[in-house]
Design a protein around this ligand. Structure first.
Ligand SMILES: NC(=O)c1ccc[n+]([C@@H]2O[C@H](COP(=O)([O-])OP(=O)(O)OC[C@H]3O[C@@H](n4cnc5c(N)ncnc54)[C@H](OP(=O)(O)O)[C@@H]3O)[C@@H](O)[C@H]2O)c1
Length: 341
């Protein structure tokens, strides 16, 4: 179905704020939902427009107000933002002030030297393009997608602060920055009067880098929130790969999750974690989400979804009691850093 053929029939669920307990992003005044939805995979021209629209609207109906995008997301690059822009125009426009829209720039999206890195030109070009794709005057959070050691951090941070000063972004973030880089950004941004709102690292039972690198402690000290991506390790921390790779699953058709990663060691660890989840009466996906959110420095777990069922299922994670110390020890035993990555 062409996007233009959507009927404008959407009205947001009236009980949408009754499902989630919102969490404050660091020392800011902004609350984010404990689960945010990212459009990295399964959004773009290769997928059903209707399914993408259903997922976005269902997320909002569940109280997921925060949607994470990037100029790079697709396929092709920019397409995920264009999908979101279409749904925003047709359905979500009346709710724009209830949405936190994030975008990022700095990962390469073409061979052009101005479509990558951390230069002022690349970042502000990309932001203008993203605003056009999304069909909005401002984004809520503008991120530098990954550090660029070839550009002075003063220039990169100056471009982020400039986006806020120009009214094109309300807040700024960085992603994939090591703690020392993040701290430098915090200091420079503070001097520019634009505090760092959030940092976006990868964090899951299978990737504990933010703990070992000191990033989580830094977030508490420097007052920024963590919006942690791939908390389900792209689906590895669910029960879907325990026996086989199901048709249509990410490991079947993504450059970022290869079938070779679903090996015997992975299956052994995932099965043990799955057994722990079963003892708690929940699924492995729900356990994995609760596990990242056990840290107060984590403002939001940034998930992906390929169906509305996954959204419903993952939101239910928030209904279970906190993991006990004994359960956390079992997670430590089987959630070996680097598994499947
Ligand atoms: N800043 C960065 O550099 C960066 C990098 C990566 C991601 N991100 C952000 O983080 C977002 C989330 O990343 P991610 O998609 O890797 O997160 P994830 O939550 O770890 O993985 C999501 C995938 O797991 C599967 N899934 C979700 N719930 C499930 C359930 N209950 N049961 C079975 N399978 C389930 C789905 O894949 P199937 O297709 O197999 O159904 C879904 O697309 C991205 O969209 C993006 O916004 C940022």
């Amino acid at each position: 179905m062409a996007y233009g053929a959507f009927e404008q029939t959407y009205a947001a669920a009236e009980d949408r704020y009754e499902h989630l307990a919102y969490r404050r992003a660091g020392a800011s005044g902004l609350d984010l939902p404990p689960l945010s939805l990212g459009l990295w995979q399964k959004f773009g021209t290769d997928y059903s427009p209707q399914t993408q629209r259903d997922i976005l609207l269902h997320a909002f109906d569940l109280g997921i107000t925060h949607f994470d995008n990037a100029d790079r997301y697709g396929p092709p690059h920019r397409a995920a933002q264009q999908v979101f822009g279409t749904v925003l125009a047709k359905d979500l426009a009346p709710y724009r002030d209830e949405l936190v829209l994030s975008t990022k720039a700095g990962n390469p999206i073409s061979p052009s030297p101005y479509h990558k890195g951390g230069s002022r030109k690349s970042l502000l070009n990309s932001l203008d393009h993203s605003l056009r794709d999304l069909g909005t005057d401002y984004v809520d959070v503008f991120y530098h997608h990954r550090p660029d050691p070839t550009t002075p951090i003063e220039e990169t941070v100056g471009a982020l602060a400039g986006a806020v000063q120009q009214g094109k972004a309300l807040y700024v973030g960085v992603s994939n920055y090591a703690p020392e880089q993040a701290h430098e950004a915090v200091v420079l941004l503070r001097a520019a009067g634009v505090p760092l709102l959030v940092h976006q690292p990868r964090y899951s039972i299978f990737d504990r880098t933010p703990e070992t690198s000191g990033l989580i402690d830094l977030a508490a000290r420097d007052g920024f929130g963590l919006v942690v991506y791939s908390p389900l390790a792209q689906g590895l921390l669910t029960d879907k790969y325990l026996s086989e790779i199901p048709a249509g699953a990410r490991a079947e058709n993504s450059a970022f999750l290869k079938p070779e990663q679903i090996d015997a060691t992975y299956r052994e660890r995932a099965a043990a974690l799955n057994a722990l989840a079963a003892e708690r009466g929940q699924s492995l996906a729900q356990l994995a989400i609760q596990w990242v959110l056990r840290r107060p420095e984590v403002t939001s777990a940034l998930i992906g979804a390929s169906s509305t069922w996954q959204l419903d299922h993952n939101v239910k994670a928030l209904d279970f009691p906190a993991l006990t110390d004994d359960e956390l020890k079992i997670v430590d035993e089987h959630g070996v850093h680097g598994t499947g990555l």
